[in-house]
Design a protein around this ligand. Structure first.
Ligand code: NAD
Ligand code: ZN
Length: 253
């Protein structure tokens, strides 16, 4: 479904008027790169119930299952490239229109499109590397993957000996990262336009940011294929495909 031409014109107008915009993204911006989202038909939600943090902590079998899923999915994730939507976002950051990108995604595609690391706020972490829950040490996936795929050997932290090594993502039930939450809040309160793209806006606290922006008198735009619960709060709702809509609005191919 393609967005209405008037919607694209309105979006372009709002972006032009804004002095400091923030972009907030969800899994929908990466589906055009071949990474399935959660809640679309055929999305990951229908295949796998997410492993909650407490189950990961409580059971070695759950930890093993999480690595099975990770490396089962890895080919899609590790070969994915930024699409037209990511490129349009990158352009808006580069020209100074957008101060930062707050993302729920864990795929690293905003950084891959050229948005500087310090302007991407990852609310749900990053699945392209792992972290020890004991001491915080970063672990690259390559070594973990080779050992796991050989005979399902589970990673152990070489710095502290912990068996709790996990992709650097935030699972359901896991504490949100404090620094990222604080930065996202500061950016949200400093913006005059907040654009939510490709998110069903049902995962909290992340979905609280569009409301926070609106309450603070910023303009709020929702671009998503299907309606969301927050549509009534938005100044502009566009139901359409992200790449073509944003690409046309920003003038990026
Ligand atoms: P979601 O799956 O709940 O919602 C995605 C929304 O995007 C849906 O409403 C869908 O209709 C829409 N959409 C999908 N493709 C689109 C397109 N091409 N154009 C327009 N709209 C499109 O995703 P969410 O709100 O981000 O919440 C899911 C959680 O799952 C997040 O917290 C995230 O951490 C995680 N997740 C991340 C990835 C990733 O990193 N790429 C992928 C799956 C899940
Ligand atoms: Zn450790």
């Amino acid at each position: 479904m393609y967005a209405d031409q008037d919607d694209v014109t309105n979006l372009r107008g709002l972006i032009e008027q804004a002095n400091r915009a923030v972009i907030f993204t969800g899994a929908g911006i990466s589906t055009e790169s071949g990474i399935p989202d959660f809640r679309s038909p055929g999305g990951l939600w229908t295949k796998y119930k997410p492993i909650e943090f407490r189950d990961f902590m409580a059971s070695e079998e759950m930890r093993r299952e999480s690595w099975r899923r990770k490396f089962g999915m890895d080919r899609t994730m590790s070969t994915a490239e930024p699409n037209r939507g990511h490129r349009a976002v990158e352009r808006l950051v580069r020209t100074g229109k957008v101060s930062s990108v707050i993302t729920q995604n864990v795929d690293g595609l905003h950084q891959a499109s050229g948005v500087p690391d310090e302007q991407v706020i990852e609310l749900h972490g990053n699945s392209t590397y792992a972290k020890c829950l004991g001491c915080g040490q970063r672990h690259e996936l390559e070594g973990i993957k080779a050992r796991f795929l050989a005979d399902e050997t589970m990673p152990v932290c070489d710095a502290c000996g912990s068996e709790y090594v996990k992709t650097a993502t935030i699972s359901f039930g896991q504490a949100m990262p404090e620094d990222e939450m604080a930065r996202a809040q500061a950016e949200t309160l400093a913006c005059d336009l907040f654009i939510a793209i490709g998110s069903s806006l049902v995962v909290y606290p992340a979905a609280g940011f569009p409301i926070m922006a609106k309450k603070n008198d910023a303009g709020m735009v929702i671009l998503n294929r299907e309606p969301t619960d927050l549509d009534p709060y938005a100044d502009l709702v566009i139901n359409g495909e992200i790449g073509p809509t944003l690409g046309d609005a920003v003038g990026v191919n």
